[in-house]
Design a protein around this ligand. Structure first.
Ligand code: ATP
Length: 295
């Protein structure tokens, strides 16, 4: 019996790892686009994470040589602080997320985590340090328990309940006929966009990464959903270094620092109040959003 179960368990864990990688990739495609082939440096060691300071140093990048997308982008997110990246569509916001994940290498400058150039460490250790909350969470046709536990399959039930509570999804789950054992996904109960996102937040919290990359939803959500998601994200952000790619501005007001990207360059930086007072690009984007919301 032992001879059979051991290999089966082993295969089970390999299978889970492969599926985990596929899910991570699936979620990435939305946020991060098609990754290029990037190899680990020979002898690359694991990323040593302390507080998880994220630094972009004079980063230059283009998907092809003729067309630069980022042109000398620099910023530092101190350990445990938050940075929001705003700017018009196509300014290069999501590209910054892709570079942090090292789906592409910079063509100039460097991306560092706690001082280490991410080109010098294994991608496995880099990806383990970054949790992504995508706009659209991928759900399996499986129980909601399984879907959350995906962030860490060996987690205990109490840990899953704890992250579900933090992600403001526990009460909803308890209200389902079979609670955590309810099947969700295409062939099960269909969750709303906001519910799915909170499952995604719970899943990421269970993974417990020191760095969070948030891809803020493009479409406006109703106020209650927005508040629930904001509450969940605020809990998820506690004690972590957070980069938010903000397609709308509603959620960035509380960020420690906001950078405004325009055609691949940082044209303004500061907190919400400072940027509004400057009456520049950020103030204009903010006014535009208020007008759109009113309409
Ligand atoms: P949005 O708010 O609309 O998502 P963004 O600021 O996140 O925009 P990016 O996705 O970073 O913009 O894209 C910046 C530029 O890079 C765009 O002009 C885009 O067309 C281009 N781009 C993005 N991905 C690729 C790719 N895989 N290959 C070539 N060009 C790309």
């Amino acid at each position: 019996m032992i001879q059979i179960t051991v290999p089966l368990n082993f295969l089970g864990s390999v299978y889970r790892e492969i599926r985990q990688a596929l899910v991570d990739m699936g979620e990435m495609f939305g946020l991060l686009g098609q990754p290029a082939e990037i190899a680990d440096k020979p002898g690359a060691g694991a990323l040593a994470v302390g507080g998880a300071e994220v630094r972009f140093e004079d980063v230059h990048f283009g998907y092809d040589e003729e067309r630069p997308i980022l042109r000398g982008v620099s910023f530092t997110v101190p350990a445990g602080k938050s940075l929001a990246i705003v700017g018009a569509s196509g300014a290069g916001k999501s590209t910054i997320g892709r570079l942090l994940f090292r789906f592409y290498d910079v063509t100039g400058g460097a991306v560092r985590i706690d001082g280490q150039d991410i080109r010098d460490v294994t991608q496995e250790s880099l990806h383990a340090a970054i949790g992504v909350v995508p706009q659209d969470t991928v759900l399996f046709n499986d129980t909601i328990l399984y879907n959350i536990a995906y962030g860490r399959p060996e987690a205990r039930f109490e840990e899953i309940v704890a992250v579900a509570k933090s992600a403001r999804i526990h009460d909803f789950i308890e209200s389902l006929p079979q609670g955590y054992r309810t099947t969700v996904g295409e062939r099960g109960l269909k969750l709303s966009g906001g519910e799915k996102q909170r499952v995604g937040i719970a899943r990421t919290m269970l993974k417990n990464p020191p760095i969070l990359l948030l891809d803020e939803a493009t479409s406006a959500l109703d106020t209650e959903t927005e508040q629930q998601i904001q509450g969940a994200l605020a809990r998820a952000a506690e004690g972590r270094t957070v980069l938010t790619i903000a397609h709308r501005l509603s959620t960035v007001a509380g960020a420690d620092e906001i950078i405004v990207l325009d055609a691949g360059e940082v044209v303004e930086r500061g907190n919400h109040a400072e940027l509004l007072a400057r009456s520049g690009k950020y103030a204009a984007l903010w006014a535009q959003q208020l007008r759109e919301e009113a309409a």
